[in-house]
Structures are given as structure tokens and as C-alpha cells.
Ligand binder design. Structure first.
Ligand code: FAD
Ligand code: NAI
Length: 464
């Protein structure tokens, strides 16, 4: 029998990897986690979910105060000014606290942190610098990084990716965002709220591909109302940087006359791609698929026995909670338990104001599969949202016309990111729209809109 250093070696300490490592250790397996960054937590904690939410939260409060919205509630602030250095300071503090928290959890659970870049030297062997380790099981959780736009060079000064956009040292006069997906809209919102003019250039005819059609349309309307300029069905063909400014050349997606746009900063946010460079997958008998991902079965086993893959590097949505759930499941499978992730019920949230969230099938996907019933309820008719001056948005419940089983729930609401959890839980339990409609919801809460949308599936909301 081979002499193993570890039962489980996890490569990458993002939400997939660190969670897998902690669960494996909790299950009594000798576990180590390799990470090439200086701090644990991966993209999500270092340059993703957490710093972006720190800026989203602060910029939302700033806009509320600066726009006079607080004054309408009887709160007079006097002159409101922006201290961008302090705003960045609380962002870095949030990141520091949470990444250090993972280091604490590693210690507490006896997960060994191996610092450096991992590369396969065999199916059970990995090198980290000049060190070679052998493990019975290896979990690839190397995550993803920004997809470059050919011909557009990211200098992190004028042309930035999401990491650069989190750290801009001054508010750009005009920020042009290339790609109207989640990153473009979240970070575009941050900089618009603190004073930038923001133009979003999106290749497709609507924002947020993959989301429900009605949500995409309404999102476009709301972002325009907030002052973002949207250039849909438009492609960027070049970006020239000169004297600290950028000139973008754009043209209709289908081709046609080009025009130029001047910008003080350009954010490239056209998607992310799996990280496998320098991992020497071939030494492990592995290859990537056409999308650069490592294929796995439903237990997260790759084609090579003993090697597993989870998170952004494996197929499925590139979301932290998907990676985390796969991290728990893979550790349980390695330990001989049954780790399962229901990929049909993974919520997605855009943390703008209002928030945009969905789980399950879009209305378009559901229609393709059979007859459906749809119930919708506006936030303007929800007492709590109305009282809080948050009238934008609605909740939509999509159910199977024959069985009434809930197939998808989509919503735009100030706290949609929190509300979507109940929809996911209902779907995980196989709920019907009637089950939701007859569940007692506390009053007054935004969540009552989910109940009323479910009531609307059979035509019986009370407050509309
Ligand atoms: P990652 O978090 O990418 O972690 C992989 C780690 O592996 C990295 O730290 C990397 O350094 C390390 N690594 C890679 N290769 C090697 C190697 N060979 N050796 C050693 N270490 C290696 N998702 C959400 O669900 N909600 C959000 O609000 C959200 N916001 C986001 C905001 C931004 C700006 C960005 C960029 C992403 C956001 N995401 C969000 C996506 C989320 O960050 C990812 O889905 C998540 O981090 C994926 O986790 P992971 O563990 O698969 O990989
Ligand atoms: P995305 O896939 O969400 O959006 C990219 C957008 O760019 C799409 O709308 C696409 O049509 C457009 N596009 C592609 N090429 C283009 C071009 N040449 N010109 C103009 N538009 C172009 O990718 P994004 O926003 O970069 O985010 C990457 C991933 O990170 C997301 O898919 C998501 O999984 C994750 N993420 C999740 C967040 C959350 O959960 N709140 C927040 C931020 C990121």
C-alpha cells in the first residue's frame, strides 16, 4: 500500500476548497489544503463576494444619505461627503477579518495549510514548490479567474477587471462597463452611487443572461431609471488608452457603423474561466472539456480514481454557495457517506438595489417542459416594502399546471437575496404553490410577497 502523507489533499482554499477541507477533517480524515494566495478564502473572500458586498453596502448608504432619501424619513444629515479611503478601509477590514477567520477554522479543525502553487506529478502526488506530497484523495478546487477580452489589455489603472474595480482610488467621471452580467451591474452600481456616470455595453439584447426573461427586462428598466446608460446588442471592438483616459470603439453586435465612447475607466466583466494553468492535469491523467472545466460525475469524481473536482473549476454555476455545498458533499463522499448537491435548486442573487434573485427554472425553460401556472405579486402591494419606500419589483412563482409543484421562483425586491432562501427550501422539499400559500408568514415582512405570489398561482392573492 502506498504511503500517504494525507487522506485528503485539497488544492485551493476558496469556498469550495476550504469547506471541503474542514468537513474532511471533521470526519476524521488527515487533511491538508494547498493555497497559492497569501490568505485563505479564495476569490470569494479576497476579491469577490465579500469586498464587493462591503462596497455595495457602503455605497448604498452613501446614496441614501446624499440623495436626500434619509431626509424624507426625518433624518437630517447635513452636508454628505464621500471619504473613499475610509470606504475602502472598511472593505479591506471585512476581507481581513473573514480570511483570518478561515485560518482560525483550519487550526481549530486541524487542517494543515500548505502555502504555494500545487501541480500534479502523478495521480496521487502533488508538488508544492520543492515539496512533494502524496494523498489518497485529491480534491481540485482551484476556482476561476477573469476571462480576458481579446485585444483589450487590463492595466488595473484605466482598464480594470473586477479586482481593479474594487480598488479604484478615485471615483471615475465616466466608467464604461463591458458586459452587463452580475459583476458589471454590481460594481457598476457601486461607482454610479458614489458619483460616476456609468455606461454598460452588453453584447446581448438584454442584461443578465441565464435569468428569467421578465426579470432581465425589468432589471434593464430599473438600472436605466437609476441613471445607468445601457448599450445593449453592442460589442466593443477595441479600447485605446492614452493619457489616463480610454477610447472605446463599439459597434452593433450584428455589425454596422462603429462609434467611439470616451471613458475615465473601463471595467472588463465578460465572465470567468476555470483555473487549471500550471496544474499539470495531464500528469494526473486528466484533461479539461471545451469550456476549460474538469468534468465530474454526480459524486464529484473525475475520470481518475481518487481525484475529485468541485466549485468553479467543475461544471455548473460559478457561485460560492454552489462551491461550498459541493465541498461538503465531496468530503462526505470521500469519507464513504452520501454527499449530494441538488443542482436544480441553486439560488442566484444579484446584490444591487433592489436585489434580483431566482431559483429553479425560468418561465421560458418551464414552458418548454410543459404546461405551467404563474403567480405574480408586486412589492408595491406588500405593506412592509411600501412602508420602507421600496416599491420596486415583484415576486413570481412558476408551478407545474398539473401537479402544482413549484418549478421556479424569481423576484426583484430590496431583500430578494434573503427572501429567495425560502423558495429554495420549499423547492428542495418538493413544495406545491399551495404549500407556500398556506404557510403562515410573519407580518409585516417582504416575504409575504412570496406567499401572495404563490396564492396568485391559483388566482387568489388578498392584497391585489
Ligand atoms: P475560488 O474562490 O476561485 O478559490 C480557488 C483558490 O484556489 C484561489 O484562492 C486560488 O488562489 C487557488 N488556486 C488555484 N490554483 C491553485 C494551485 N494550482 N495551487 C494552489 N492554489 C491554487 N459568488 C456568489 O455566490 N456570491 C457573490 O456575491 C459573488 N460575488 C462575486 C464578486 C466578484 C467580484 C467575483 C469575481 C466573484 C463573485 N462570486 C460570487 C463568485 C465566487 O467568488 C466564486 O464562485 C467562488 O469563489 C468559487 O469558489 P471556488 O472555491 O471554486 O474557487
Ligand atoms: P457574466 O457571465 O455574469 O456576465 C458577462 C456578460 O458579458 C454577459 O451578459 C455577456 O453576454 C457579456 N459579454 C460577453 N462578451 C462580451 C463582449 N465582448 N462585449 C460585451 N458584452 C459581452 O460574467 P461576470 O459578470 O463577469 O461574472 C462572472 C461570474 O462571477 C458570474 O457568472 C457569477 O457566476 C459570478 N459572480 C456572482 C455574483 C453573485 O452571485 N452576486 C457576483 C459577481 C460574480
Amino acid at each position: 500500500m502506498a504511503d500517504y502523507d494525507y487522506d485528503v489533499l485539497v488544492i485551493g482554499a476558496g469556498p469550495g476548497g476550504y469547506v471541503a477541507a474542514i468537513r474532511a477533517a471533521q470526519l476524521g480524515l488527515r487533511t491538508a489544503c494547498v493555497e497559492s494566495r497569501e490568505t485563505l478564502g479564495g476569490t470569494c473572500l479576497n476579491v469577490g463576494c465579500i469586498p464587493s458586498k462591503a462596497l455595495l453596502h457602503a455605497s448604498e448608504l452613501y446614496e441614501e444619505a446624499a440623495s436626500g432619501k434619509l431626509a424624507k424619513l426625518g433624518i437630517n444629515t447635513g452636508a454628505v461627503s464621500l471619504d473613499l479611503t475610509a470606504m475602502h478601509g472598511q472593505r479591506t477590514e471585512a476581507v481581513k477579518g473573514l480570511t483570518a477567520g478561515i485560518a482560525f477554522l483550519f487550526k481549530k479543525n486541524k487542517v494543515e495549510w500548505l502555502k504555494g502553487h500545487a501541480a500534479f506529478a502523478g495521480t496521487d502526488t502533488v508538488t508544492i514548490g520543492d515539496r512533494t506530497v502524496k494523498a489518497k484523495n485529491i480534491v481540485i478546487a482551484t476556482g476561476s479567474s477573469v476571462t480576458p477580452l481579446p485585444g483589450v489589455e487590463v492595466d488595473q489603472k484605466v482598464v480594470v477587471d473586477s479586482t481593479g474595480a474594487l480598488e479604484l482610488g478615485k471615483v471615475p467621471g465616466h466608467l464604461v462597463v463591458i458586459g452587463g452580467g452580475v459583476i458589471g451591474l454590481e460594481l457598476g452600481s457601486v461607482w454610479r452611487r458614489v458619483g460616476a456616470k456609468v455606461t454598460v455595453v452588453e453584447f446581448l439584447d438584454q442584461l443578465l443572461p441565464g435569468m428569467d426573461g421578465e426579470v432581465r427586462k425589468e432589471a434593464g428598466r430599473l438600472f436605466k431609471k437609476q441613471g445607468m446608460e445601457l448599450k445593449l446588442s453592442t460589442k466593443v471592438t477595441g479600447v485605446q488608452v492614452k493619457g489616463g483616459k480610454a477610447t472605446l470603439t463599439v459597434e452593433p453586435a450584428q455589425g454596422g457603423a462603429s462609434e467611439t465612447i470616451e471613458a475615465d475607466a473601463v471595467l472588463v466583466s465578460i465572465g470567468r474561466r476555470p483555473n487549471t494553468d500550471g496544474l499539470e492535469l495531464a500528469a494526473a491523467g486528466l484533461a479539461t472539456n471545451q469550456r476549460g472545466q474538469i468534468e465530474v460525475d454526480h459524486q464529484f469524481r473525475t475520470a481518475t480514481p481518487g481525484i475529485w473536482a468541485i466549485g468553479d473549476v467543475a461544471p455548473g454555476p460559478m457561485l460560492a454557495h454552489k462551491a461550498e455545498d459541493e465541498g461538503i458533499a465531496v468530503a462526505e463522499n470521500i469519507a464513504g457517506l452520501t454527499g449530494i448537491v441538488n443542482h436544480d435548486v441553486i439560488p442566484s442573487v444579484v446584490y444591487t438595489a433592489p436585489e434580483i434573485a431566482g431559483v429553479g427554472l425560468t418561465e421560458e425553460q418551464a414552458k418548454e417542459r410543459g404546461e405551467i401556472k404563474v403567480g405574480k405579486f408586486p412589492m408595491a402591494a406588500n405593506s412592509r416594502a411600501k412602508t420602507n419606500h421600496e416599491p420596486d419589483g415583484w415576486v413570481k412563482v412558476i408551478a407545474d399546471a398539473r401537479t402544482d409543484r413549484v418549478l421556479g421562483v424569481w423576484m426583484i425586491a430590496s431583500v430578494a437575496g434573503t427572501m429567495i432562501a425560502q423558495a429554495a427550501q420549499a423547492m428542495e422539499f418538493g413544495a406545491t404553490s399551495e404549500d407556500i400559500a398556506y404557510t403562515c408568514h410573519a407580518h409585516p415582512t417582504h416575504s409575504e410577497a412570496v406567499k401572495e405570489a404563490a396564492m396568485a398561482v391559483t388566482g387568489k392573492p388578498i392584497h391585489m
